[in-house]
Write a protein of this length. Structure first.
Length: 320
């Protein structure tokens, strides 16, 4: 089968085409004939080696691709929830494998798609929407009638939070952008308001969702109301930032880290109910993302685009 392999950490050109044997599922696993795989920032960071030594099992040589959709080819021993022929999407955090014509995924992290749902749209939205559900129900409990701020509003992960937060009872979801040119785009994604981050100065938000990180994370803490919570769901800035814990104490604020991959590795049973909520939002059109599709042999180009920044929506690899 055709696949893309990473044999060493490095720049996008370490993504190399390969011919591999068709894999066979083990106990609790399914084999999927992949039709679409999403290209995420996490794929880029793992490929570069940014997470080496942080406990992620994907180390060279490996096949990238955490988010994929396709059709179940075969099921392993003990799998009763899926059968060959089912249209599915998977969030295969532990092993990746989606940049290939056939991948192996845990059955517990693989979900049947509703009839009529476009697999490209499913893989574009479902994994991030599942992350949003878990961030707002497990990392924290979204307060009733909450006012929510999301940084980096036009990013792939940030863009699903308006729909999910509203489904969970949020009163208002505000997104921040880096330039005025992005305001209209963010509002099309469902934010009630989109603003330049620097225009905010009042501690008015019950929840801040921050996939950006860096120095902006410290500033975002100052926008929380009393007993507000910031959920760190990513680090697109790719730099660390030190926060004075006294600002949490005196400000009656809190910060919670949420790495969905690590969480689902430890608590796989959490995936199914969160995915069901996310799937409903995708299926009813509450979440609909812009998608750019590339052939598998252009995986390196998609990573280069991700590193260059400015991508709106999702980049998707199509197997055929």
């Amino acid at each position: 089968m055709k696949a893309v392999r990473v044999t060493r950490y490095g720049a996008p050109d370490v993504l190399e085409p390969a011919e591999l044997p068709v894999p066979v599922p083990g106990e609790g696993e399914v084999a999927i004939d992949v039709t679409h795989a999403a290209v995420g920032l996490i794929d880029v960071l793992i490929r570069r080696g940014d997470f080496a030594g942080h406990g992620l099992p994907m180390q060279p040589p490996y096949t990238p691709g955490i988010e994929a959709a396709g059709t179940v080819r075969a099921v392993g021993a003990g799998v009763t929830t899926l059968r060959p022929g089912d249209r599915v999407a998977t969030l295969s955090i532990a092993t990746g494998g989606g940049y290939a014509e056939v991948m192996i995924a845990p059955a517990a992290a693989t979900f049947r798609l509703p009839d009529g749902l476009d697999p490209a749209q499913a893989v574009a939205a479902l994994p991030n929407a599942t992350t949003a559900v878990l961030a707002l129900t497990r990392a924290i409990t979204l307060p009733p009638d909450a006012k929510v701020l999301v940084t980096g509003a036009t990013g792939a992960l940030a863009s699903v939070f308006p729909a999910i937060a509203k489904r969970l009872g949020a009163r208002e979801v505000v997104g921040t952008v880096r330039s005025a040119a992005r305001i209209a785009e963010a509002e099309r994604l469902g934010f009630d308001r989109a603003v330049l981050f620097d225009s905010l100065d009042a501690p008015e938000f019950d929840v801040v969702i921050d996939p950006v990180g860096g120095e902006l994370r410290g500033r975002a803490l100052g926008l929380l109301a009393d007993m507000g919570r910031l959920v760190a769901v990513g680090s697109a800035d790719r730099s660390g930032h030190t926060i004075d814990s006294n600002t949490l104490w005196f400000g009656n604020r809190g910060i919670v880290g949420f790495a969905v991959g690590m969480f689902l590795q430890r608590t796989p049973a959490s995936a199914a109910p969160a995915a069901a909520e996310a799937m409903a939002a995708v299926a009813d059109g509450s979440i609909k993302l812009a998608v750019e599709t590339y052939p598998l042999d252009r995986a390196a180009d998609t990573h280069a685009r991700m590193e260059a920044g400015g991508v709106s929506g999702r980049l998707i690899l199509a197997m055929r």
